[in-house]
Design a protein around this ligand. Structure first.
Ligand code: BJW
Ligand code: ZN
Length: 248
């Protein structure tokens, strides 16, 4: 098997810093459906553009909450996979900043410490009326959940289409992408902005861009190295040569 990641491991061993942009494909091996192209899910009839918007929530908050409740149940019932664990283990070798589009919290569970949750967290809630924010990890969640302070309607603490990214998270992510030596793009279609724009920012900043995906994506032309396959099988190759890992 070709050891595409050998040069990347060498750079990291020589002190290169790492930033990661992760997407839904990273958690696919944990059994969490991706957004685009998930054929088998109960919700495949809906497009994220139809559910992950403030307009959808204003129209039918119960439908949107049922979708989030279903996803919370899947996430709570599964766990991070070998790719999340490999990224956490990489911190023993160098500085690693994770910019994740995923809302599942799996990077933290796997033990990574520098995490920027670009699209928020499925475990956070925010009151539509008074702005009160908090964690609500109940599974299942009462639908519709209400604010303890003002009894207003709570919404998921995630970023929907047309909403702004937290300015601090956006600035920290842009800096991490621009300043890193190696930028890993894992399991994202590269279709959603401004997250996808971080790949060109990293490239312009001089990083070596390494993409891990089952298939070429919209940002593959920006990658120096494309590693094909399931992230849970390919990403651990950042830590040990894959053929050695297979012999263990
Ligand atoms: C595997 C695998 C395995 C599978 N191993 N790989 C510039 C240009 C055009 C449009 C815009 C633009 N700037 C802004 C926009 C508008 C919009 C946008 O991007 N639209 C596009 C769809 C065209 N962006 C926004 O609205 C953003 N806000 C914003 O820009 O604010 C400023 C503004 C305000 C007002 C007006 C205009 C601008 C916010 C975007 C928020 C996205 N939110 C969601 C939901 C989050 C909460 C939740 O999870 O419910 O985020 S949508 C959904 O898509 C979710 C994801 O994080 C995001 C990205 O998806 P991802 O991770 O790429 O997943 P998939 O499923 O698409 O792809 C999976 C990939 O994995 C595939 O490539 C597979 O091959 C691969 N794969 N198995 C490895 N085992
Ligand atoms: Zn409230």
């Amino acid at each position: 098997m070709k050891d595409q990641l050998g040069p990347v491991r060498e750079r990291i061993a020589a002190g290169a810093t790492v930033a990661v942009l992760s997407g839904a494909g990273l958690s696919a091996a944990s059994g969490i459906p991706t957004f685009r192209g998930a054929q088998d899910s109960l919700w495949s009839q809906y497009r994220p553009e139809d559910l992950a918007t403030p307009t959808a929530f204003a129209r039918d908050s119960e439908l949107v909450w049922r979708w989030y409740d279903w996803r919370r149940g899947l996430i709570a019932g599964s766990e991070p996979n070998a790719a999340h664990h490999a990224l956490a283990a990489l911190e023993a070798k160098t500085t690693v900043t994770i910019i994740t589009q995923n809302v599942d919290g799996y990077h933290r569970l796997a033990g990574s410490s520098r995490i920027l949750e670009y699209h928020g967290s499925i475990w956070r809630v925010r009151c539509q009326d008074c702005g009160n924010t908090g964690l609500d990890e109940r599974v299942p969640i009462p639908i519709p959940p209400v604010c303890e302070r003002c009894h207003g309607l709570l919404r998921p603490g995630v970023v929907w289409f047309g909403e702004s990214i937290d300015p601090q998270v956006m600035a920290d992510s842009a800096r991490a992408a621009t300043d890193c030596d190696v930028f890993l793009v894992i399991g994202t279609a590269g279709a959603v902005y401004p997250a996808a724009g971080l790949v060109s920012a990293a490239r312009h900043g001089g990083a070596l861009v390494v993409e891990f995906n089952l298939e070429p994506s919209r940002i593959s032309h920006l990658a120096d190295i494309f590693v094909a396959g399931s992230a849970a099988e390919t990403v651990p190759g950042l830590i040990v040569r894959q053929s050695d890992a297979e012999r263990l």
